[in-house]
Design a protein around this ligand. Structure first.
Ligand code: NAP
Length: 251
């Protein structure tokens, strides 16, 4: 049974792995045996130490993921430094909170570029290699706002709703080529991304009262899901949006 979830001999690229959900998923994949390319614009020293402590191997690949033209280079560097690309986790993402009436073009473009455009071009560059090597796993990090409207986050909702559609489209195109494309749908997790919400006492109370599990997610809550979607255990799972949300969407 353990072999189903074993990632020994696999190489995973995880974007935005210096902190938050990306850090937790990178460490989990390393603990399951994968070598990890930590892709982002900030030094992932803390993540590298955690992976080393777990007996794993990682390299840092520096890239500004708001520019989609870095995609080919990021994947080529992953292959040249770790020997392959078997798993891609499109995790890096940003959010801008402003009333729709005041929303700027910059806040629209920055978020769409980082959360939707670059993930597509990274997936394209990774899939080109995966097709050659007999398959692979692409995991997009979506959001509750892939399903719901949200408020004051126009570009974020558009990007994460777009990412849900893209997950299904890529699954359709690549399933027969041995590539699984799926998405994790995190609920409310305690990371930098949600600091503003957690420090607003009213919003914090409102959010907690609506989560059936009654608590914010901890980044480590994603470990089992990312290993499942990265491993042989999910070989017949395509185009799924898997919520890890303490029950939020079930409510
Ligand atoms: P976070 O702590 O703010 O981490 C975001 C990561 O993305 C960081 O590593 C950040 O790097 C990286 N990043 C952002 N822009 C980048 C750029 N231009 N180039 C390179 N790296 C960039 O947020 P998080 O909560 O872990 O979020 C991770 C993902 O989960 C995001 O896609 C987010 O939308 C999604 N998500 C989060 C929640 C939640 O409740 N936390 C819920 C649903 C979905 P820096 O540290 O350098 O900024």
């Amino acid at each position: 049974m353990r072999e189903l979830f074993d990632l020994q001999g696999k190489v995973a690229a995880v974007t935005g792995a210096n902190t938050g959900l990306g850090q937790a998923m990178a460490v989990a994949l390393a603990e399951a045996g994968a070598k990890i390319a930590l892709v982002g614009r900030s030094e992932p020293a803390e993540t590298q130490r955690a992976i080393e402590k777990a007996g794993g191997e990682s390299v840092a690949i520096m890239a500004d993921l708001s520019k989609a033209d870095c995609a080919e280079k990021v994947i080529a560097e992953t292959v040249s430094s770790l020997g392959a690309i078997n798993i891609l986790v499109n995790n890096a993402g940003i959010i801008r909170r402003t009333d729709a009436l005041d929303f700027t073009e910059e806040d629209w473009n920055d978020v769409l570029d980082t959360n939707l455009k670059t993930p597509f071009f990274l997936a394209k560059a990774a899939a080109a290699r995966m097709v050659q090597s007999g398959g692979g796993k692409i995991i997009n990090v979506a959001s509750l706002l892939s399903f719901q409207g949200g408020i004051r986050v126009a570009s974020y909702t558009a990007s994460k709703s777009g990412l849900a559609g893209l997950t299904r489209l890529l699954a359709n195109e690549w399933a027969a080529r041995g590539i699984n494309v799926n998405a994790i749908v995190p609920g409310y997790f305690a990371t930098n991304n949600t600091r503003a919400l957690r420090s607003d006492a009213d919003r914090n109370r409102e959010i907690l009262s609506r989560i059936p599990a009654g608590r914010w997610g901890d980044p480590s809550d994603l470990a089992g899901t990312v290993i499942f979607l990265a491993s042989r255990a999910s070989d017949y799972v395509h185009g799924a949006m898997l919520p890890v949300d303490g029950g939020w969407l079930a409510r």
